[in-house]
Design a protein around this ligand. Structure first.
Ligand SMILES: [Zn+2]
Length: 233
């Protein structure tokens, strides 16, 4: 009886949204569920990936960001603007709609640049990765994620926005790490895996930085982090 109660309480604890604290969820787009659990938070609208990425940031210790200025491409709840001294947004077709392949900002314009699920929408991802790191200052890092790269080995690049895949130019596989290494040989990169506390779905984010600190930190903190690129001294 006690064990059943423990299990019940554990399930309740697992089911809270780590962004807004809500425990009410509804089915995802197209009635989607994961592990039989509806993934959309009723209160904040977050999905599995938002909460998995939020877990990464929470473990990194967001108090480190209080003096940093951030830019987020597209609006998603994986980060909280209150963590930063200032947080600007570039929203496609709206506010500050920057072209990722040619961002009209100077070198090091922002300390933290967050770009979740955007790079698959641009034609030239080499330019996008390069630009993201160019506008990131030496104090901080760029954070990049793409849809489910762990689900396939090789990236399929269509060379056009595929209407059968949400208008994405490509679907990334595990070999995204080879692209990052080739595109950004002078940038430290660490890959971090974390889990949505609601559905237990995993997701991956990449930290790219001129500073070794941000490459080493997740590894030192014992996060599920793996070095992708080291820069020769
Ligand atoms: Zn929520």
């Amino acid at each position: 009886m006690t064990m059943q109660l423990d299990k019940f309480l554990k399930n309740i604890a697992l089911s809270a949204c780590n962004i807004c604290g809500s425990t009410a969820f509804r089915d995802g787009p197209g009635g989607r569920r994961f592990n039989g659990i509806p993934p959309t938070c009723e209160k904040c609208g977050s999905l599995e990936r938002h909460r998995a990425l939020r877990s990464i940031f929470n473990r990194l210790d967001t108090s480190l960001f209080t003096d940093l200025i951030a830019l987020q491409f597209s609006l998603d709840p994986s980060i909280d603007e209150k963590w930063f001294r200032r947080c600007d947004r570039s929203i496609y077709g709206k506010r500050n709609s920057y072209d990722l392949q040619k961002i009209p900002l100077p070198v090091g314009a922002y300390d933290v640049v967050v770009c979740n699920h955007v790079i698959e929408h641009v034609e030239d991802d080499r330019a996008a990765f390069t630009e993201l790191c160019r506008i990131t200052s030496t104090r901080g890092f760029a954070f990049v994620s793409v849809p489910n790269p762990a689900e396939r080995q090789k990236t399929a690049d269509w060379g056009y926005p595929n209407p059968k895949d949400h208008g994405h130019y490509r679907v990334y596989g595990v070999d995204i790490v080879d692209r990052i290494k080739a595109y950004l040989p002078d940038t430290w990169c660490v890959m971090i895996k974390d889990t949505d506390p609601v559905t237990r779905r995993e997701d991956i984010g990449f930290i790219l930085s001129k500073a070794r600190l941000w490459h080493d930190l997740p590894i030192r903190l014992g996060m599920r982090a793996k070095s992708v690129n080291k820069v020769a001294a």
